[in-house]
Design a binder for this molecule. Sequence first.
Ligand code: GDD
Ligand code: MN
Length: 376
Amino acid sequence: MSVATDTKPAASQTTSLELSLVLPTYNEAQNLPLVVDLVEKALAGVNWEIIVVDDNSPDGTTKVARELAQTNPRVRAIRRIGRRGLSGACIEGMLSSSAKFVAVMDADLQHDESLLPRMLAALRSGDFDIAVASRHVEGGDVGSGLSAVRSWGSNLANNLARNLLKVTLSDPMSGFFMVARDKVDELAPKLSSQGFKILLDLVASANGTLRIKELPFVFRERQHGESKLDTLVTLDYLGLLVAKLFNDMISVRFLMYSAVGATGVIVHLITLQLLMFAALLPFTTAQLAATVVAMTSNFMLNNQLTYRDRRLKGLAWLRGLLSFYVVCSVGVLANVGVANFIYDAQPLWWFAGAAGAIMGAVWNFVASNAVTWGRS
Ligand code: GDD
Ligand code: MN
């Protein structure tokens, strides 16, 4: 017995682990050593660890993390392969912790690590379940760290969250927070691993049961590398809002897929109308051609938005498009069949066209999710 205790590292002998700091990374090789250094200084006197969750960054961030871990026993690294996504990485990191509290912070120096001790103090007091670093409370600032479009999107998203979900956070888009570890276990099954709005997801999933402490901070500018979140992330965010509104009955992915499907119906109808009334094609030919056009547009939009995290590129893109065609050709048969059937009974071009397209869309989701963007 005593032999086993003797071989334990010094840190775990003194006190039990109090804080795990999750650092999600994608191409942060240059920033990571600097962040670890700053955290080390900020958390002097606390028993903490860092969990780097890297999505197999091409710039070798995992290697840098491993090297740090070899010399610093407080650092450990998780390398995820074949997966991309901020929320998913944060969830995995948090769940791998056995500390009392767990924090999530960006690994690009934009988040002010000197807030960590104050967040910890708030949780230690027992008065709060979660401490959130906010750019929108008195004393906080987005600084010049966000582009104008991003700031606008961010404000819009904040207002929607407040009004629709009744989430009383002044900065629900913040990616910097600390939470009691047991709350994470409780809420984990409800969280969506897609997208990047992990904080909002946690708070919304808790249905108002989390006691929240907000602390102001100034969002710093990025020094090395670039942001991985583009303006499109706002869409993810809207998807999450709607999914939460419907109490998680439908997935964010299905919602996005449906939205893309809706644009497909419009593309389809416009093409159909052009082909019938401008090109004077017979209905069946026009409907068939419109279906191919809508299918291609759906593939491209889904690949760009719905399956951002599994986005197909290069040869895989081409293979994906072809498999999308193949998978959907069964749907096309059903589509044209249904449309023709209706058109024969009642020559109402738009009604017949739409009914056919919807028929095809439902089939498409089930099949393409499994085949085109399915994990090999
Ligand atoms: N593992 C993993 N996988 N990490 C990721 C991924 C991913 O797919 N995408 C981004 N990260 C990491 C980055 O390496 C960085 O450490 C952190 O997540 C934040 O990513 P940035 O790309 O720097 O995001 P940002 O600065 O544009 O956005 C920040 O502000 C938003 C509010 O406007 C982040 O703090 C967001 O969380 C925040 O919502
Ligand atoms: Mn950043």
